[in-house]
Structures are given as structure tokens and as C-alpha cells.
Write a protein that binds this ligand. Sequence first.
Ligand code: ADP
Length: 591
Amino acid sequence: MIALGGNAHIRKPRVLLKPASVLGLSIIIALLIALLVAWSVRQASLNRLETTTQAQLARLVMSLDAALARYSYLPVLIAQETEIKAHLQQAPDALSSSQINHYLARTNQLAGTMDIYLMRADGMTIASSNWDKTWSFIGNDFAFRPYFQQAMSGQLGRYYAVGTTSNERGYYFASAVQDEKQNPLGVVVVKISVNTIEQLWQNQSFEFWVTDDDGIIFMASDYQTLFHTLEALSPLRQQAIIDTQRYVGFALKPLANFKRNFLHDNLYRVERQNQHYLMAKHRMEEAGWDVYVLSDWRSITQTLQIALLITLALTGLSGLLLFTFWKYRTQRQCYQQAAMAELETKVAERTQALEQAQTGLIQAAKMAALGQMSSTINHELNNPLGAIRAYADNARQFLERGQISIAQTNLQEIAALTERMATITHQLKAFARKSHGQRERCSLAMAIDSSLVIMQPRFARAGVELQQERLAEAVTVWADLVWLEQILINLFSNALDAIHERADPQIGLKITSLQDQACMEIWDNGTGLDENDMNHLFEPFFTTKQAGHGLGLGLSISQRLAVDMQGSLQAFNRAEGGAVFCLCLPLAPKE
Ligand code: ADP
């Protein structure tokens, strides 16, 4: 029997993921990647924006510093002028007020400042570069201005304010004019325009504010924010500012819709009129200013949006690719499984067909063997039948004569003969029956005896007595009894054919038992095996016998049956002449 279907190793189908779970998993992974990318891109953009903002702030501060530094020396220089001192001391050869005015106007024009003026020690302005203008400072008392007080105390006065007369934003530098004993005679004031500095920084990619000590914006990229405060001022502070007349006429309200959150160092996240900014702050100690630079936060959100879009597109694309690949693989697995199932079915069908064909062949071979033995069987059955008839006739006659005991003897003979006939027909029936190879415990002796019952008439006709070398102990093999008998009958039958023309024919049977096998050697002193035929002996339909005497199926079927029973059948030539066939079968497991 061909063991195909039974042993074929079928790969277990892999557990396939459902499309919904794959899709869900892909979405989760894509979202996680998008989140990670969003976080890193946000961090990177924030870092970049921080660096840019800090750099812009540094540039602005440097520019403001430079602008202030350029003019801080001017009042000091003017205050050193002997004409100015003489004018203040009202020396006899002093220049006139008009000459001083002209001098100040010329210096103001050359230096590019807003105004330069001279105050007496009591705060009264006595000369000014704008002497000829309607808003001339001459005659104004600026003693209340802190820069006057600072200069009078010997320091360089620095102050920011909106001019009370001109209403223009300006920064004031003031230096005292001193006599030989360092006593203040008056103060020279240089006012520079904040406007000019501010304009330099308009139309930049960022916004800026410059605030004074009170947080009041006095320079800004957006004029709307001027004279607003970053924090609400206390009433006390407001009063103080009013007293200095620093911002005359301005309400100094806090910036509307302004919120700031500290990030780290000098950085804030600012919300103003529903817009978000990153704000950096720098303190200009000397000037007493705070400088703020605000960069649009949208650069972060925009970068984030673009990065997210690209990430989502890429993850979507890779997801799509993965999904297509997974679908292709799943489909291929399905096809493979279907093909495998189809193959299995086909193999099962073919195996069944082969089994049927094999059973048919076995049966045909048996029938052929029976056919070969038919004349012998005929003879074996006809002989006792004739004898029975004769015994019956005799018995009837003896009964008629009243010789009952002799009649009884005849009847006993008849019974014995029918018994023998029954044995033969039983064995023939058993031999003829189909078997599908059910292995079981078989007594070797019983199998040999059964086949000999069938073969005995042929042995007798050939005048051969089987030379048996059996083992003392009972040998049990793991085999199909019908198949085993069939093999033995084939081998005995071939041996009988081989010794046909021998004058001293001999056939023998030798049983040996190995570790896990029992072997039966069936030998004869017949024609032996042709060396050329050796390779073909077990091929189906190989025969050297005349037509009508052999089908050439006996050995091929016997070998197949032996192999199917996990045994073997081999052929050799004997040294003494003739052939020997060795049938080995596994021993039955111990009970
Ligand atoms: P068949 O007996 O129908 O020819 P087998 O398959 O039984 O078919 O045998 C094939 C051939 O093997 C025989 O024709 C014969 O030539 C050879 N053969 C088998 N047994 C013997 C034997 N004991 N001695 C010599 N030749 C044998």
C-alpha cells in the first residue's frame, strides 16, 4: 500500500489577522508616529524660534545702546565750554543769550539731536537751540525733571519723557556746568529723538517694545501700543508719574488682551489679541529700559502643521503599502491553503484509487495462483468425492446385508474424507477472501500450516516433502494473516515451478528469529535465478514462465505486501544451486 495521505506533513495554517484589526493597528501606529513627530518638530521649531528671537533682541539692544552712547558725551562736552560757563556766571565778556542760542542751534544741527538747551541752577531755561520756535524752551522751568536733579548732583542725567512743551518723545542727557570749585552753575541738556531710533527697527519680521522702569511702553513697532503698560500701575505709582510730568496727557492703561506666561530664562509665551508670540526680554541697566522682542508663534504651528501633514502622508503611504503587502500575503496564504487542501483531496482520492487497484491486483494474483492450482484442487476434491461415492455404495450394500459394523467403518471414512474436503475448501475460501491489510498478532506456525494445506496437494504431486527447520518456541509476527499466507503460497508455488525438472527435487523452509524480526527462508534446488533477471524479479509482470503459466505478479505483490507490513522480501541464489527467498516480518509486540 502506498502510504501517501497518512504521512503527508500538512503545515498548520497560520493565524491570520482580520483586516479590521490590521487597519486599527496601523492607525494607532500612525497616530503614535505622528504624535512623536509633532512633539519633536515642536521642540525643534521652538528652539529655533528662541534662538532667532534672542538674536533679534541682542541686535536691537546693541543698536539702542549704540544710539544712546553716541550722544551721552555731548552735554558733557558742551558743559566744558568756557563761553557757556561765562554765560552762566554772567561774566563781563560773556557771550550774549542770542549768541549762546545760535551756538546751541548749530551744535544741535551738526549732532543731529532734537534739542539742546541750557538751564540755570534754579531749573530755568535760559538758552535753547529752538529759541526761534513757537515751542521754544526758553523761560521754562524744568527743575522737576529728574535728569536736572541728577546732573545737579554731579552725575550724568539720563531720562526718558514726552516733552511737556514739544509733546515729542525724547531721551534726555544732562550734564552740570561747574565752576572752578565744582559747584553747579547750571545744566546742559541734550534731547534726542526716540522716533529716529524707533523707525530704524520698523518693518522687521518681529515686533518690539521698549519700556521704562514702570513698564510703560515708550518705543514700539506697533504705535497702537505706545504709552500702555504691561502691568496695571498702582495709584501711588501713577501719581508719581504725573508728578514728574513724564507722560503728560496719556492715560497709561494696561495693554488690552495681554497675557504672558513665563517659559524659562528671559522667555515668555505671550497672548495678545488672540495671537500668540514668543517674547524675549532684556534689561538695559544704564538706560533703565526693558527691551522686548516678540516673534510670531505661528512659525511653530505652521512648521508643525507641515511636518504633521508630511508625516501623515508618509505614514499613510507606508500604511497603505504595508496593508497592500499584508493583503497580498494573506491572499497568497489563502491560495496556498486552498491549493494544499485541493492537493490533499487529490492525494486522498489517488491513494484510495491506488489502494483499490492494489487490492484488485492482489486479488488477481490470488486468483491466478488459484487458477494455477485449479487442476490440483480439482484432483484433490474429485478423488475424495469418488472415494465417498464408493464408500457410500459399499455402505448401502453392507447395510442391506446387515453388516452394520463394516457399513459404520465406511461411513467413518466418508466423514473423514468430507472433513479433509472441508479443510481444503475452508483454506481456499480463506485464501480467496480480500484483505485490506489489518495487522495483528499472527502465529507464524499457523500461517505456514494454513498455506501448506493449500499447497500440500502440489507438493504431493511433485513428490517433494518440505524440509522444515522451525524454532522450538512459538513465533508471533505483526502481520496480516491473509497477506502472509498469500506470500508463502507464492513462494512455495514458485519453488515448486523451479524444481519441476529436477530429478531430486528439494524445497525447504527455515525460520530464524532476530532481535525484532522473524525471517522465513524458502529455498529450493531448482533452476536458480538468472543474474540478469535479478534486478527485474520484483517488477510487476516480469515472468520467465510460458504463457498461461505465470502472470509475473506473484513476487512484485509479495514484496509490496511484505514492505506494507514493515517487513522485506529478498531473493538470492544458493551456493549449492537453486534459489532462496527470504521473507522477514516484525515480531509482534509482547502482550
Ligand atoms: P510468475 O511466477 O507468474 O512468473 P512471479 O513474480 O512469482 O511471477 O515470479 C517472477 C519470476 O521469478 C518467475 O517467472 C521466475 O523466473 C522467477 N522465480 C521466482 N521464483 C523462483 C525460484 N524459486 N527459482 C527460480 N526462479 C524463480
